[in-house]
Design a binder for this molecule. Structure first.
Ligand code: SF4
Length: 472
């Protein structure tokens, strides 16, 4: 199989993984090295269904010895199987990087032979990238449950972010749909990664401290003697994330959000990603209803956002007696409707935390209000200028003591009908429909005379010697 076909297969097989944002690390360019992790606007792209992905998003292999019911790569499925040679993947990444197609690499894999064998392949590819090519760009590596700690350690020293997929929200569901995986095999690497990140952070702090102390001493003696400390690669400096599939098993949003909250607290997760179950296999263990719960996924992300940035506790977002999020009203509006005694809030006086509870006022808006009211009295006009979603906020605020909600009755049902709106952000695919003119997809067939003529993966038709040498 040639490398273009491998890439097409392994990039396509990776599209179901949504845990791929590249936030959390800021590493600048360096002379003699390639790449940086600064936001450049091209480190994300969108799959055909509108999900945010980091390019190059690819699997090391789609040949898997496991048989997870929901997975397109499971052993019982027929279809072409292939595995990158480590050098092929490294050369391909560099080739795309040099063409400005990508800012980094998101690498996952099916389990080839064993978790350790697969991780060794990934480590070899990343070592070529980091050590041979001096690649300083962003790398997200997906750790495979059951991998030995020594290999996790090495993988984490090469990657910026690591993640271990939780896959399903309970051991019972794992037993049913992913019988080769266990809670222990998934949580152990998460704990190991957390510990590795903390130790690396402590070591770095100590080194910086001792460097400062020695520089201060030397500056009083002989500055020429002060040598810069050798750069030590940190362990997964962008932290770890995880992903779970929503809707393949019967767990409620209450269970999912409580689990997610525990993951943030226990393993210092940067992100917990939710992935609405996409039916790709026929299997009697899977739901017979093939609807993809994108609205539910969207509400879970909103609830997650409230817990991470708005100071909401999981018990404020959802409770056991109503274990599913309201699909008609977003979780923040829902909280407001259930706590009308908290409102209205006076925008000219309320503390930051109270402003954050107002539907229509976000983190940025609350900060702008606090700043603006030092010099201005805030009314509708000023709030609109600050970018507050006034149409929503007006029902929950006063400006200089005057209620802004007009004639709408300040009671639950009347307000609910004003706040209920179709989910906009959950329309997966809408963003992918807006292709920026001049941008190419990796798999577009270039037009005659275009820059990268030839193969479906344009770069391969005219790639550098390194790429050709690496092709299978
Ligand atoms: S381990 Fe399971 S989810 Fe991962 S590639 Fe293999 S079958 Fe798919």
């Amino acid at each position: 199989m040639d490398i273009a076909e491998k890439l097409e297969l392994l990039a396509d097989a990776a599209k179901y993984d949504v845990a791929c944002t590249s936030s959390g690390v800021d590493r600048s360019a360096q002379k003699g090295k390639l790449g940086n992790t600064s936001a450049a606007g091209i480190c994300h792209s969108f799959t055909a269904d509108g999900r945010c992905v980091t390019l190059l998003k690819v699997l090391m292999s789609n040949a898997c010895i496991y048989n997870c019911a929901y997975c397109v790569n499971r052993i019982s499925n027929e279809g072409k199987r292939t595995t990158f040679k480590p050098r092929e993947l490294a050369d391909l990444t560099i080739s795309f990087y040099r063409r400005n197609y990508i800012e980094g690499l998101f690498l996952s894999s099916g389990v080839v032979k064993s978790p350790d064998f697969t991780t060794e392949l990934m480590i070899e590819a990343l070592s070529i990238l980091r050590e041979e090519y001096g690649f300083r760009g962003y790398i997200h590596a997906k750790a495979i449950p059951g991998t030995s700690p020594e290999l996790l350690e090495r993988l984490g020293s090469l990657a910026d972010r690591m993640s271990v997929n939780l896959e399903l929200p309970s051991q019972k569901s794992l037993n049913l749909l992913a019988p080769d995986k266990s809670k222990h095999d998934i949580l152990s690497p998460m704990a190991f990664i957390k510990q590795g990140i903390e130790e690396a952070r402590d070591t770095r702090r100590l080194m910086q401290k001792s460097k400062r102390a020695s520089t201060t001493y030397l500056s009083t003696r002989n500055t020429a003697m002060a040598k810069p400390a050798r750069e030590v690669r940190q362990f997964a400096p962008a932290g770890q994330s995880t992903q779970m599939i929503i809707g393949a098993t019967p767990e409620s949003d209450y269970q999912i959000l409580n689990l997610s909250s525990a993951l943030y607290q226990t393993f210092a997760m940067k992100r917990v990603f939710f992935s609405a179950y996409l039916p790709v296999n026929q299997d009697k263990r899977l739901p017979s209803n093939n609807a993809v719960a994108l609205d539910r996924e969207h509400r879970l992300y909103q609830a997650d956002w409230l817990m991470r940035f708005y100071g909401f506790d999981v018990n404020e977002v959802i409770d056991e007696s109503n274990p599913f999020l309201d699909l008609d009203v977003d979780p923040k509006a829902n909280w407001a409707l259930n706590h009308l005694d908290f409102f209205p809030v006076e925008v000219n006086k309320a503390p930051y935390a109270s402003l954050l509870r107002v539907p229509g006022i976000g983190v940025r808006g609350a900060k702008l209000i606090i700043r603006a009211r030092k010099t201005h009295v805030l009314r509708e006009q000023e709030l609109r200028k600050l970018g507050i979603a006034y149409k929503r906020a007006q029902f929950f605020i006063t400006c200089q003591g005057k209620y802004q909600g007009g004639a709408v009755a300040f009671e639950r049902e009347a307000l609910r009908s004003r706040l209920a709106a179709p989910i906009q952000g959950g329309r997966h695919g809408s963003r992918s429909a807006k292709i920026t003119p001049g941008q190419m997809s990796l798999f577009d067939q270039p037009q005659a005379g275009a820059l990268w003529g030839g193969s479906p993966v344009g770069a391969l038709g005219s790639g550098p010697a390194a790429l050709k040498a690496g092709a299978a």
